[in-house]
Design a binder for this molecule. Sequence first.
Ligand SMILES: Cc1cc2nc3c(=O)[nH]c(=O)nc-3n(C[C@H](O)[C@H](O)[C@H](O)COP(=O)(O)OP(=O)(O)OC[C@H]3O[C@@H](n4cnc5c(N)ncnc54)[C@H](O)[C@@H]3O)c2cc1C
Length: 304
Amino acid sequence: MLVRNVLLRLAANASMERFVRSSRIAARARDRFITGEEIESVIEPVRALNGAKIRATIDHLGESVASKEVVDATVDIYIRLLEIIKNEHLDSNVSIKLTAFGMDIDEDLCYRNVAKLLDHAGPDQFVRIDMESSAYTDATLELFYRLWNEGKYRNTGVVIQAYLYRSAKDIEDLINLGARVRLCKGAYKEPSDIAFPEKKEVDANYVALMKRLLESGNYPAIATHDPNMIEAARTYCKDHSINEDRFEFQLLYGIRRDLQLALAAEGFNVRIYMPFGQHWYPYYMRRLAERPANIWFVLSNVFK
Ligand SMILES: Cc1cc2nc3c(=O)[nH]c(=O)nc-3n(C[C@H](O)[C@H](O)[C@H](O)COP(=O)(O)OP(=O)(O)OC[C@H]3O[C@@H](n4cnc5c(N)ncnc54)[C@H](O)[C@@H]3O)c2cc1C
């Protein structure tokens, strides 16, 4: 827990980011978790996944953006991504972070940017709005509900984090709307007055929320690498005659590839989150924080 907290704190540290980004060792280890820094780097890995009957969701790395120029460039990159996905016939959607779409600058600007992307996506392409730290939970859900209430945006969905106490209520609201939800455990450092401090409590809440989504949700995404969560989903579906085409498992690029292939081979829908881009540092640190054993993976690159 201590190592996790330190790594999550360092994820927001600019000097550490400069140091890690200039380190050749970190750059080599980084390639395990992201496809590369340029848009081209993600295309062949997605095609390879599709060849194994696995879908993708592509993420352009970037968050906490304070410059309108960078936000505009991000929107353009996503529009280009949607075009590439369509023209190359890739089985992929995209995932976005609202702080890369202008949330820290102005909520209306952010709303207009997301709406612009959804207009480009049209009914055939889907845009997932990732969930960031609890500082953005309300703003993210409010923006999502605002889009939903427009009536024309059904090509988007949100993410709910099982570590937050509030999530049971949010899940019920989203089920009532018929909105598509990705359920994850949650990747940020949160205080115990809003989030379960113990892993076993987070896991228990994950299973409870997952069951609600499997029973009554609209094509939920069960996002986890945890074999216990996956087994609980499998058992619940079997016991309640829930067909595997009613949901999908989602995993991160570079993590438990064996499990990704095994789930697809069993006939489950599987989608992999594929990040690319230059602003990889916070994402990379969150992955190390989830599994401090991965620090050894980084260190082992010193000797390569
Ligand atoms: C597709 C997808 C999208 C996500 N989107 C969001 C989001 O929008 N917002 C958000 O807050 N979080 C998001 N997350 C991250 C999530 O919240 C967790 O931090 C992360 O998935 C680790 O939790 P876990 O369920 O895999 O289980 P854990 O309890 O963390 O791990 C269970 C087991 O999984 C394996 N494992 C987990 N992480 C790693 C790793 N980094 N390296 C190697 N093995 C590992 C290990 O075997 C571990 O024992 C997303 C995760 C996925 C898979």
